[in-house]
Design a protein around this ligand. Sequence first.
Ligand SMILES: O=c1[nH]cnc2c1ncn2[C@@H]1O[C@H](CO)[C@@H](O)[C@H]1O
Ligand SMILES: [Zn+2]
Length: 559
Amino acid sequence: MLIPKLNDKMACFKQIYSKGPTLAQLAIAWLAISSHVECAVASPHYRNNIYVIYATAAAEPESETNMPDRPSFDEYKVSRSMFFQDENSRALGSKLKLNERELLANEIFQLVKKRDMDNGFADPRKFAPAKHIFKALDEIKKSDMFYLLKAMPKGGVLHAHDTALTSTDYVVSLTYLPNLWICSSPDSNDVAFKFARTQPEPTDGLEWTLVADQRAKRGADDYDAEIRKLFTLYTPNPEIEYKDINHVWECFIGIFIKITPLLTYVPVWKAYYKQALKEFYEDGVQYLEFRGTLPDLYDLDGKIYKNAEVVEVYVEALEEFRAENPGFIGSKFVYAPTRKVDDATFAEYMRIVVDLKAKYPNFVVGFDIVSQEDAGRPLIDFAEPLLNLPNDINFYFHAGETNWNGMSTDENLIDAVLLGTKRIGHGYAILKHPKVLEAIRKKSIAIELNPISNQVLKLVDDNRNHPGGYLFADDYPVVVSSDDPSFWEATPLTHDFYIAFLGIASAHADLRTLKQLAINSLEYSSLNFAEKRAAMKKWEEKWNLYIEWVISQKSKYNL
Ligand SMILES: O=c1[nH]cnc2c1ncn2[C@@H]1O[C@H](CO)[C@@H](O)[C@H]1O
Ligand SMILES: [Zn+2]
C-alpha cells in the first residue's frame, strides 16, 4: 500500500491509534475510501510504540463526480408539492377544517378569486387591489367578490377612530339640522361649523351665517358638493393632490378639525355613534372597539360636557342600539388622545383614564396615543407614567406606522411590546424587527392591519407590497380593520377585507383565511372570557346562515 508522506496540513484532522503497522495500514485504507478524507498517513508515536494516523479533510465536493445527482422530474414534482403543502399549512386559516357546506361555499370563493387574479395577472390595469383606492372604490363595489364579502359576518373592527366612522352622505346630512352656523375665510379654505340658537360672535372679524340660508342661496346641489369635499380625502387624482406623507396628514388632520364642532353638539354626538354602529352592523360587523380623544361636547344652553360625561353619551347610545339589534355583540372604547402634548398634559391624560376606567370598567378598556407618529412624541417619552398606570388599563398602542427604519417612531414597536401592549395599531414597520415578530407570536399581540389607511396616508402605493402579506403567510396574530373609513369614503370594513383577501393574501388563500380573520377579530378583542363565548355564538349563527346564502348564489357563477 502506498503510504503518503506526512505533511503539515495533515497534522490535526483525525488520529487513530493502532498498536502495529498492519492495523495502521488498514485504518489508512478505510479512511481513504471515506469521502471526508483526502489522504491519510501513519506515523509511529514517539511513545508506547503506537501508530498515529493523520488525515486531511477532503475539500467540499467540487468535481462533477462528487455532485449529488439531480432529482428526476418526478422526484422534483413530489418535492415541489411537499414544499407547497408545507408553506400552505403555515398560512393564516390553514388550521381550520371547513365542513361540507363551507367547502361548497369555498368553491365559489375560489372560483371568483381565481378569475379576478387571472384577469389581473394578464392585465394589471384590471386589478383593483393594486390601484389607489380612490381610483377603484366603485369598481370594487360592483365586483362579485365585494358582493360576497359585504354579506359576510366579518366579526369585529378593532381599529377605528371616533369621528371618522360614518359615510360621508350621513355627515353631509347632518348639515341639514337646524341651528347650524358656518364661518368661512374669503377663499373658503378655512371653514368652521357650530350649532347655536343665535348668531355667534364674529371669529377673526368673519361673520357666521346660517347653513340653511347659504344652501338656499347657492342651491342645494352645488352647496352639498362643496360641503362634501370638506369631509373627505377623496379626490380622483390623489397622486397629484397629495404631495407627500406630511401633506396628506395635514389634510387628514384638517378634516378632524373641521368635523369636530359639527359632531360634538350633544344630540349629534349620540346620533353619530348610533349611525356608525348601524353602518358597521349593516356591513357585517357585529362588534366595534374604537379609539377616541373625548373632545368636549356642548349644547344650545351653553353647557360643556367633559370626559366621563362624553363617555356617558356613548354608553346610552350603545344601550339603545343593542336593544334594537339583538344580533349585535357590542362596542368598547380605548381612550386615545393625541401624542403631540407636553408632560403636564400627558399626566392629565393618566388621571382621566384612571377615572374613566373606574366609572365605566366594562366600556373603557384601555389607553393609546394618536396622531401622526413621525410628527409626534415617541412612546419612550411617556414610558414612565404609562408604567405607573393600574394593571386593568390595557394598552392598544399605534406603533410602527412609519417607513422610517430605525428612527424614533419606528422604535415605538419595541416600546409598545416592552410596555405590554395587548395589540399593535398598524405595526406597518414590523418586518424590520425580528424580535418584535417573535414577541407578538409568543405573547399573542395582534397586529391591526389597515391596508386602505396605509395607502391613503402614503406608506404604500400598491397594496400588494403591504407587509401584511408576510404576516398572513406565517399565521401571525392579525386582524383587518379600517381606521378612518369615513374619510376615504370606503365601506366600514368590506373594502379593507377585499384588499386584504385579493391583494395582500396569497392567491391560494381561501374561505379559511376569511373565517380566521373573523375569528381573530373576536379572539383578540378586549371582550372578557364569558363575553367572548357569547360573541362567538352570535357570530356563528350569522356565519352558518351566510354559508347557506353563498351556496344559494351558486347559479350566479355558473357552477
Ligand atoms: O392611523 C392613525 N394613526 C394615528 N392617529 C390616527 C390615525 N387615524 C386617526 N388618527 C387620529 O385619531 C384622532 C381621532 O380619534 C385624530 O386626531 C387622528 O389624528
Ligand atoms: Zn388609527
